[in-house]
Design a protein around this ligand. Structure first.
Ligand SMILES: NC(=O)c1ccc[n+]([C@@H]2O[C@H](COP(=O)([O-])OP(=O)(O)OC[C@H]3O[C@@H](n4cnc5c(N)ncnc54)[C@H](O)[C@@H]3O)[C@@H](O)[C@H]2O)c1
Length: 281
C-alpha cells in the first residue's frame, strides 16, 4: 500500500477511549509511518479536548464525519465511534478512494453491509482493516480455516460495570447491579450476541469473520462481580487439531466497556501496514 518514505495520511472518526489512545500513539510515532491529518467527533467537548491534547494546529477537526472525508490527501479512515457510524460512512469513504480501519467491527454482523463493502473495496482496490481487538488466537483460527473448522467458541467474562446499558439486559429486565456470584447472561450465536451487547462483543464478530461466520460462532457472556479484568476465552476445533486461548484484559481507563488491548491492536496494525516484513498470519 505504501513505500517506506511515504507516510500514510489518516483521518480519525471518534475521539473517545480508543480514538484518543490511537491519536496519541500516532503522534508519538508508535504506529509507524502514519500522519494524523484530521480528527472528528460529534461531541464538541471531546473533539476540542483531544485536539488540544495533541497540540498540533495542523490537524484539522470536524464535528461531521462527512466533512472529514472531504479532506484532501487522507488515504485511510480510522473508525472508532459506533456501529451506526460504520453503516453511515463506510460506503462513501470507499467511493471517495479511502481505505478503512474499523473498530466497531460488530457492524459486520450485518452480512449485506459486509458483502457490499467487501466488493466495493475490491472494485476500488482499497482495504478494510479489522484489528484483532482484545483477543489472542485469531492467527490460529485464520490458519485453521483453510481446512475444515468444526467449532469456534468464545466465552467472555466481564465485570457487571462493563456490561451496563446493554440492550439485552434492558429487554429481558435483567438487573446485574447486585450480583454476588458469576452469572451466565447469554448463550447463543455471534449475530445475536452483538445485537444484545453491541458495545461488548465486537471480538465475537471479529472471531466470526476469521473463522466460521456469525451464525455459527458460539458466544457465552458471563457477568462476574469479582472479575477485575475482562476475560475472553477462545476455543476452536477442526482438521488442524484444537486451540484454546485466554486473554485477561485490563479495562481501558477511559471506558470500562473497552479493553486496553483493543486500541493497542489497532496501533500495531497501523504499524504493520508500513512494514516490509509481516509476522503472523
Ligand atoms: N474491535 C474491538 O475489539 C473493540 C473493542 C472495544 C470497543 N470497540 C468499539 O469501538 C468503538 C469505540 O470504542 P470506544 O471505547 O472508543 O468508545 P467511546 O464511547 O469511548 O468513544 C466513541 C466516540 O465516538 C463518538 N461518536 C459517536 N458517533 C459518532 C459519529 N457519527 N461521528 C463522530 N464521532 C462519533 C462519541 O461521541 C465518542 O466520543 C465502539 O463502537 C466500541 O464498541 C471495539
Amino acid at each position: 500500500m505504501m513505500d517506506m518514505e511515504h507516510s500514510l495520511k489518516v483521518g480519525l472518526i471518534g475521539c473517545g477511549a480508543i480514538g484518543r489512545t490511537l491519536a496519541l500513539a500516532i503522534i508519538d510515532g508508535k504506529a509507524g509511518n502514519v500522519e494524523l491529518s484530521a480528527i472528528c467527533d460529534i461531541d464538541e467537548e471531546r473533539l476540542e479536548s483531544l485536539h488540544k491534547e495533541l497540540g498540533r494546529q495542523e490537524i484539522k477537526k470536524y464535528m461531521s464525519p462527512f466533512d472529514l472525508l472531504k479532506v484532501p490527501g487522507i488515504e485511510l479512515i480510522i473508525e472508532a465511534a459506533t456501529r451506526e457510524t460504520v453503516k453511515d460512512i463506510s460506503e462513501r469513504a470507499l467511493e471517495m478512494g479511502k481505505s478503512l480501519l474499523v473498530m466497531s467491527a460488530g457492524a459486520f454482523s450485518d452480512k449485506d453491509l459486509y458483502e457490499n463493502l467487501y466488493s466495493k473495496a475490491s472494485e476500488k482496490k482499497l482495504k478494510i482493516y479489522i484489528p484483532s481487538g482484545a483477543i489472542i488466537g485469531l492467527d490460529g483460527v485464520k490458519s485453521a480455516s483453510v481446512e475444515k473448522l468444526r467449532r469456534v467458541e468464545i466465552i467472555s467474562t466481564k465485570n457487571p460495570r462493563s456490561l451496563e446499558g446493554a440492550p439485552y439486559l434492558k429487554k429481558n429486565n435483567i438487573d446485574i447491579s447486585h450480583l454476588t456470584e458469576a452469572k451466565i447472561l447469554f448463550q447463543g450465536t455471534a449475530d445475536k450476541a452483538i445485537e444484545g451487547f453491541p458495545k461488548n462483543v465486537n471480538v465475537a464478530v471479529i472471531l466470526s469473520l476469521a473463522g466460521i461466520g456469525v451464525e455459527n460462532t458460539l458466544v457465552t457472556i458471563v457477568a462476574d462481580p469479582k472479575a477485575r479484568l475482562t476475560k475472553h476465552e477462545i476455543k476452536a476445533e477442526g482438521d488442524f487439531g484444537e486451540l484454546h486461548g485466554i486473554t485477561q484484559n485490563y479495562l481501558h481507563p477511559d471506558n470500562p466497556k473497552t479493553s486496553y488491548l483493543a486500541p493497542l491492536s489497532a496501533i500495531r496494525l497501523l504499524k504493520k501496514i508500513s512494514e516490509p516484513v509481516q509476522v503472523g498470519t
